[in-house]
Design a protein around this ligand. Structure first.
Ligand SMILES: *[C@@H]1O[C@H](CO)[C@@H](O)[C@H](O)[C@H]1NC(C)=O
Ligand SMILES: *[C@@H]1O[C@H](CO)[C@@H](O)[C@H](O)[C@H]1NC(C)=O
Ligand SMILES: *[C@@H]1O[C@H](CO)[C@@H](O)[C@H](O)[C@H]1NC(C)=O
Length: 264
């Protein structure tokens, strides 16, 4: 009976190395934002050479990526996922070079292991950084009172149903009456439900979940939108979703286009 003992030991070791606090994630994400502002891809939790750096689903040398450009950050909204030890940040810049960037940082043993961004700028889907800034500032992303917080599983299931409904009209996501979607720089308050003609094959990538904000971000492919690309897998996107009272309150979509405005 040696095997079960080994499993228990391995389980404890995994827990110990996974210990990750909200404060650590806050500090490390602030370091990343400072580096992004400076255009200097060096910060304490980053050991270059070991980090995987990905933009719009492509591995990019960090020196050629947006992290080396210098971004005039005016707004950021960050999710902290202490269970996975990851953060997700939506970043808006309207001056110098306007951008809306969604970045997920994954950490292990207090070092960044992966930096993954969706980088939207001029010509991307409904891109308007001024609009992104204006509408972001109008929204309220206060911490959900502790007694009212949904679990990780509930937040994940609700947000996933939003994306699944795109290809399956039988899926009925729970939308709040005042649900709003910031899609590029445009604000849609009339209807949050989207549904696209088949075949529509979404593969979901990284999730970042923050129970305190009631929010999750999902990286995934967008099969239909970019008319200049094959449907499968299509283009890259991420959806940031806030759940209040078990209903979808806010959606932020950042979608990259190969052709200007996805050829539409
Ligand atoms: C990011 O947002 C936080 C919270 O609003 C703010 O305190 C911080 O200064 C922002 N960071 C940058 C680089 O703008
Ligand atoms: C971008 O958004 C701002 C704020 O909503 C708006 O005033 C402006 O007209 C928009 N620009 C374009 C080109 O749509
Ligand atoms: C769906 O996408 C995945 C990943 O891109 C691919 O492996 C799979 O073959 C696709 N399925 C269909 C039905 O197109």
């Amino acid at each position: 009976m040696i095997a079960p003992i080994l499993l228990v030991t391995a389980g404890l070791a995994a827990q110990a190395s996974a210990a990750c606090t909200r404060q650590f994630l806050k500090d490390a994400t602030a370091e990343y934002l400072d580096a992004l502002t400076a255009g200097k891809p060096t910060f304490a939790s980053l050991s270059t050479g070991t980090v995987e750096y990905v933009e719009n689903d492509q591995a990019v040398p960090i020196a050629e990526g947006v992290l080396s450009k210098g971004v005039a950050i005016e707004f950021n909204l960050t999710l902290y996922d202490t269970t996975q030890c990851a953060s997700y940040t939506e970043i808006v810049a309207t001056t110098k070079h306007p951008y809306v960037i969604g970045t997920r940082l994954a950490f292990q043993d207090e070092k960044v292991t992966k930096i993954q961004s969706i980088v939207c700028d001029d010509g991307d889907w409904l891109f308007n950084a001024t609009g992104s800034l204006v509408y972001n500032r109008r929204e309220t992303w206060a911490p959900i009172p502790e007694a009212e917080r949904a679990s990780r599983e509930e937040i994940t299931a609700i947000a996933t149903s939003y994306v699944d409904a795109w290809s399956d009209s039988a899926v009925k996501p729970p939308f709040a009456k005042n649900c709003a979607r910031l899609e590029g720089g445009f604000y849609i308050t009339s209807n949050c439900l989207l549904n696209f003609p088949p075949p529509f094959n979404v593969t979901k990538g990284a999730y970042t979940i923050d129970e305190e904000l009631g929010a999750v971000d999902i990286f995934h492919n967008f099969p239909f939108l970019d008319a200049s690309l094959p449907r499968n897998p299509g283009t890259q996107t991420n959806n940031l979703i806030r759940v209040e009272a078990k209903q979808i309150r806010y959606i932020h979509e950042n979608t990259v286009c190969q052709a200007k405005n996805c050829g539409r």
